[in-house]
Design a protein around this ligand. Structure first.
Ligand code: GUN
Length: 281
């Protein structure tokens, strides 16, 4: 039976420690500020943005949420981004995804100043991450690395299998695990014999957005399982991409949903905002 990785408790601990650092920055006249832009009515995004705003308040980061209607044009959004780019009081800018269909996500992400891009989605930051340089790395994969280290899980030399190749999780996860000296395999919807590959994983990270992507027969004894999924089952209950109940019997460590990866994502966003503020001063 696996040790359940408690992302919620870990994030509380890290936020507590962050409070002290932010108080110290304030004494030096630096007040980190994050602006989150939310366009449209996506209900999950509304919850995520509320949580980000609340967490900023808890640790002493100033935060502002700009909400724009579903029918916002790309030009209107670009104008807001440009205003935030030029506002010296703003350290971090985050445009919540997904965006309504009339807006091209790529164009908007490229408009954010790379030194305010706390999400790490601008091609400049993506490039820096891929060559292993200092940059803003996406929050979810960064949070996963922190979580593994906090639980004393060795990464170097291990076979890390990632299922999912999104720009938000899968691809940056691969770059971060390479930086930590893991041997990395990235699987996706077109992968042949997925189970054969996942069974080789020492560390298995699943980010497909599909329930039961990984079942107990697809993992080896002692595997470390990180579940990035956020789905609802037929009863409307939150669940991840992994069959938690059965996989936990074989794993050495496993993250629950909710209470695993999610809280760590926010913690890392706060870290990136602190870093942005330090760099700006
Ligand atoms: N939507 C889902 N995850 C994220 C994230 O990490 N950042 C942004 N901006 N939007 C998201």
């Amino acid at each position: 039976m696996a040790t359940i990785i408690d992302g919620k408790m870990l994030s509380l601990k890290l936020k507590e420690e962050m409070k002290g650092r932010i108080a110290q920055m304030k004494e030096e006249g630096i007040v980190p500020k994050l602006v989150v832009v939310l366009v449209g009515n996506d209900s999950a995004s509304q919850v995520y943005v509320r949580n980000k705003h609340k967490s900023c308040g808890e640790v002493g980061i100033e935060s502002e949420v700009i909400t724009m209607p579903e029918e916002t044009t790309q030009q209107e959004l670009l104008e807001v981004v440009e205003r935030l780019n030029q506002d010296n009081s703003v350290d971090g800018i985050l445009v919540q995804l997904p965006l309504p269909k009339q807006i091209d996500e790529k164009t908007v992400l490229r408009a954010i100043r790379p030194d305010k891009d706390v999400d790490g989605f601008h091609p400049v930051n993506v490039g820096l991450l891929s060559i292993g340089d200092e940059c803003f790395a996406p929050a979810t994969p960064s949070g996963i690395v922190v979580m593994l280290k906090e639980y004393g899980i060795e990464i170097a030399g291990k076979h890390c299998v990632i299922v999912g190749r999104s720009n938000i999780v899968g691809k940056p996860m691969a770059a971060l695990m390479l930086k930590e000296n893991a041997t990395v395999t990235v699987c996706h919807s077109k992968t042949n014999n997925l189970a054969e590959i996942t069974r080789q994983a020492d560390i298995l990270i699943v980010a497909t957005g599909r329930r039961n992507t990984v079942t107990a027969d697809m993992v080896k004894e002692g595997v470390v399982v990180i579940d990035v999924g956020m789905n609802r089952n037929e009863l409307g209950k939150l669940c991840g991409d992994v069959d938690f109940e059965n996989v936990k019997e074989k794993a050495s460590f496993i993250t629950p949903v909710p209470g695993g990866v999610g809280p760590m994502t926010i913690t890392e966003l706060l870290e990136s905002t602190i870093l942005a503020a330090k760099r700006h001063h």
